[in-house]
Design a protein around this ligand. Structure first.
Ligand code: PLP
Length: 410
């Protein structure tokens, strides 16, 4: 029985997998069982920002494996402490909590917000958290409730209370839902699962102002936007707007599972001994990989993200002028979305057949999350494949019917 059949028999069917059985992944490429090579412009949803199996990350992992794989968080692991130090030195005065995933990193932020007023009388305690329509924050019960898309919540009711949603990029909509019960706001600098929608700078500036005025905790979910993806190590640095807490996961571990919640000094005493924890959180091997990944994220690489990101956008805009099926091109750095006038699944499949991996989010938005190392030549390869695929799709839509001379409807 082949792998796909076994998977259908043995794994919960929660993933709509593409029919690629991965044999190897190295650098910018993934290879399937038949030896077919794919240029990976998806990087496992922005996990392999530093390519697949980067030699320096692999070497750091092996080095740590020579010492140990795991010790309890009831002991000190220097590799974990060094990573916390690295993250803080690149952020602001504060502290870090390590977990294993994005949802967990957000859970920690939510727990800090919930605990903030715990010494107040029950009727004075603020507990509501505002998040945004179209946002995505994870799959645990709290984070899916925080998520601003109904499809992820259906059937899981009753959901935790205390989450309100406002419209993204609309400060008046936020002001309308802020109440005396509001304690925090969670926002993605660029909505990823929501269709690659960047925040407007003015919106984040206004959010910061509002949170400062009303003493609300401003939390940035940087799980997809962090680790260089948008042109700076964290996207809040691109915007010049400082959150009070921000969360990381995905590419933080250089390909291994790791989450982090970075908390400004003002809030670092909110969680005390026993208030939070994780058996695996901040695993030493993942931390070794993360230390190597951060070391790779130097000025050169960030410059590359900005330069090649701009070039990619410019070439996509040229494609837009050629193909009516492209409605919009948007993004920040190397987090890029192409909104189509029709559903994108068939286009993703055709790109895959042509050796290019990408993904489609919100049904209509092609999402590109390439390695941060890509060159203009890689962009050219991608544009060429996309151009060919879009042409073929348009040819199908408007293929003349030989006998009748009629054109097929779009
Ligand atoms: N937050 C954002 C912005 C995400 O994009 C994701 C995952 O796609 C998550 C949270 C959840 O991360 P994880 O799947 O690691 O729990």
């Amino acid at each position: 029985m082949n792998i796909i059949k076994i998977e259908k028999k043995c794994h919960l069917q929660v993933y709509k997998r593409n029919e690629i059985v991965v044999k190897k992944a190295s650098g910018k490429y993934i290879y399937d069982e038949e030896g077919k090579k794919y240029l990976d412009f998806f990087t496992g949803v922005s996990v392999c920002n530093f390519e697949h199996c980067h030699p320096r990350i692999v070497s750091a992992i092996k080095g740590q494996l020579n010492d140990y794989m795991h010790v309890s968080n009831l002991y000190y692991a220097p590799v974990q402490v060094n990573l916390a130090d690295k993250l803080i030195s690149r952020s602001f005065k504060g502290k870090v909590f390590f977990s294993n995933s994005g949802a967990e990193a957000n859970e920690c932020a939510i727990k800090i917000a919930r605990k903030l007023d715990s010494d107040k009388a029950r009727n004075k305690k603020r507990y509501e958290i505002i998040t945004f329509n179209n946002s995505f924050h994870g799959r645990t019960l709290a984070t899916l409730t925080a998520t601003g898309q109904e499809k992820f919540k259906k059937g899981f009711e009753p959901l935790p209370v205390g989450f309100k949603h406002a419209d993204y990029n609309d400060i008046n909509s936020v002001k309308k839902v802020v109440s005396e019960k509001t304690v925090a706001i969670i926002v993605e600098p660029v909505q990823g699962e929501g269709g690659v929608v960047p925040a407007k700078k003015e919106f984040l500036v206004q959010l910061r102002k509002l949170c400062t005025q009303k003493k609300l905790v401003l939390i940035f979910d940087e799980i997809q936007t962090g680790m260089g993806r948008c042109g700076e190590i964290f996207a809040w640095k691109v915007y010049g707007v400082r959150p009070d807490i921000f969360t990381l996961a995905k590419s933080l571990g250089g390909g291994l599972p790791l989450g982090a919640t970075i908390v400004a000094a003002q809030y670092d005493g909110v969680l005390g001994f026993g208030d939070h924890g994780s058996t695996f959180g901040g695993n030493p091997v993942s931390c070794a990989a993360a230390n190597a990944a951060i070391d790779l994220l130097d000025e050169e690489l960030l410059k590359n993200v900005k330069e090649v990101g701009r070039y990619f956008m410019q070439e996509l805009l040229k494609l837009k002028s050629k193909h009516k099926v492209i409605k919009d091109v948007r993004g920040l750095g190397l987090m890029v979305g192409v909104e189509l006038t029709e559903k994108g699944a068939a286009i993703v499949k055709k790109c895959q057949d042509n050796g290019l991996l990408l993904n489609c989010t919100k049904d209509y938005v092609l999402r590109f999350l390439p390695p941060l190392t890509i060159t203009k030549k890689d962009v050219d390869t991608t544009i060429k494949i996309l151009d060919k695929v879009l042409k073929s799709v348009e040819n199908i839509r408007f293929r003349p019917l030989k006998q009748s001379g009629r054109r097929l409807p779009s």
